[in-house]
Design a protein around this ligand. Structure first.
Ligand code: SAM
Length: 295
């Protein structure tokens, strides 16, 4: 549908279908016509590319993706939007809307079945109540995707894109850094949405590494150390690790000393290599094998 991002058209469609926004599903729809074309371009939607979109809403971003990419699969949980999308995307034969929960769907299978021979990217204005779980699912499942371009709350964008070793980081920053390079693309004010959310937003892109940037003996242990280290971010590593992991303080002190990371350091001062050195410590790994059920 032409002029889909025009506020008048959007209001007309919503009223035609008697649509009411669901707060629980994070429904803030884009009404700023300049945002979706930029997102689609910077997200890599072009010839030879298949795009996975999470939460198409009434299809404003889907429209721009479908114009540029070979194929778009849009995963939408809210059944009420299916007839709307049928109408707004009627002119495209390269779009498929899948009515499912992004957190439950088998994305590996979907990619195999739908994107044969295409490079695959993710591009979405995410429902904010599941920002981190969606991003972590896309990364942890090691899908054959090249990048993830997503609109998230500005605060989440700042955290995800902050360089490790600085105060804005969190466990999710370190985890994302293991898989990808995160870049802030542009900010979007809350007035660009209907209804306007309480906070501003930003579009970020995660370019997935072909190989992880640090070597680890056990990814599971690396992520346990990262989560435990950030559990009480203002405390020293010695204290927060011994409070959050099932080991004696002396064992933690020994592992930290062997890894060369000062036990007085705080999680927000560490680089990914530091987390990996701690996780790779022989003592930790042996204990991990014995005590794994207790964690
Ligand atoms: N892409 C549209 C736009 O930019 O105007 C809508 C974005 S809105 C922030 C988030 C969308 O995600 C909504 O359409 C909502 O129904 C959908 N959604 C919420 N939870 C979902 C889930 N678990 N799986 C798939 N879609 C979901």
């Amino acid at each position: 549908m032409e002029k889909l991002s025009d506020i008048g058209t959007i209001k007309q469609i919503l009223s035609k279908y008697g649509f009411s926004f669901s707060k629980a599903l994070g429904q803030n729809f884009l009404i700023n016509p300049s945002v979706c074309p930029r997102m689609a371009e910077m997200g890599g939607a072009r010839e030879g590319v298949g795009v996975i979109e999470v939460g198409p809403g009434i299809g404003v971003l889907t429209y721009e993706l479908a114009k540029r990419a070979d194929k778009v699969i849009a995963i939408e949980l809210d059944k009420r939007l299916l007839p709307v999308l049928d109408e707004t995307l009627a002119e495209f034969d390269n779009v498929k809307v899948v009515n499912d929960d992004v957190l439950k769907i088998d994305l590996k299978k979907l990619i195999e079945e739908e994107f044969d021979g295409l490079d695959v990217v993710v591009c979405a204005n995410l429902p904010y109540y599941i920002t981190s779980p969606v991003i972590m699912k896309l990364l942890e499942e090691k899908l054959p995707i090249q990048s993830i371009t997503v609109m998230v709350q500005k605060e989440a964008a700042d955290r995800l894109c902050a360089p490790l070793g600085t105060r804005q980081t969190g466990a999710v920053t370190a985890a994302v850094n293991y898989y990808a390079n995160a870049e802030m693309l542009f900010k979007v004010s809350s007035g660009s949405f209907m209804p306007p959310p309480k906070v501003d937003s930003a579009v970020i892109r995660l370019d997935i590494h072909n190989e992880p940037t640090v070597e680890t003996d056990s990814e599971e242990m690396l992520f346990k150390v990262i989560k435990a280290a950030f559990a009480q971010r203002r405390k020293t590593l010695l204290n927060t690790l011994s409070n959050s992991m099932p080991y004696e303080k002396a064992q933690i002190a020994e592992a930290l000393s062997a890894s060369g990371v000062p036990s007085t350091a705080r999680a927000e001062q560490l680089k990914l290599e530091d987390f990996a050195s701690i996780a790779n410590e022989q003592n930790f790994l042996q204990l991990n094998e014995i005590d794994i059920e207790k964690y």
